[in-house]
Write a protein that binds this ligand. Sequence first.
Ligand SMILES: Cc1cc2nc3c(=O)[nH]c(=O)nc-3n(C[C@H](O)[C@H](O)[C@H](O)COP(=O)(O)O)c2cc1C
Length: 188
Amino acid sequence: MSSAKSMKIVGFAGSLRKDSFNKALINTAKELAPENVEFEVLDLSGIPLYNQDEEKEMPMSVKEFKRKIKGADAILISTPEYNRSVPGVLKNAIDWASRPHGDNSFDDKPAGLIGATDGRVVGTIVAQSHMRSILSFLNVHLLGKPQLFVTEAQSKIKDGIFVDEHTRESLKLFLEKLVEWTERINRN
Ligand SMILES: Cc1cc2nc3c(=O)[nH]c(=O)nc-3n(C[C@H](O)[C@H](O)[C@H](O)COP(=O)(O)O)c2cc1C
């Protein structure tokens, strides 16, 4: 485990939108993370489109992203759903971090997956399901339960943070379970 705190978690959202609900969920996770966790929020906005020609000398933003993923004890990803799947921005960042061949930054990492939408029902469920498949291929140890699908997010946020009690309680529980899961995986 790294740093003065006993666990380091890095979190990022699969949206570049300034007022993204998923960014708000990650920022709320930082606020609610357990005492022993150092939580760092990453931003995907500087990551260019993946180009295999650039693998030998990766862009600085990608090198930095890979370094942060590798240095973390666990990863938290919050994703919107785009056209019944994962946003290109998120898949693009994951593709970079999985390369070059033999240097998959996600290898053997514990992770948690959450998502928020302005929709009223089932938002992000299909995106999360597709993400499970991608992350499983990358040998990520994904927390199975609890699951977190936040709906009607626009009515639950103030100043970029979720203020809705139910969402905060659910997220707090999720983070506690992610910490337990990470301790269990990293013990073995
Ligand atoms: C290109 C695009 C496709 C979308 N497709 C879906 C979808 O398939 N299912 C869904 O529940 N919401 C869909 N939405 C709505 C997003 O989930 C919603 O805008 C969400 O708030 C975006 O996340 P963000 O607030 O973190 O940017 C789509 C939005 C966009 C921009």
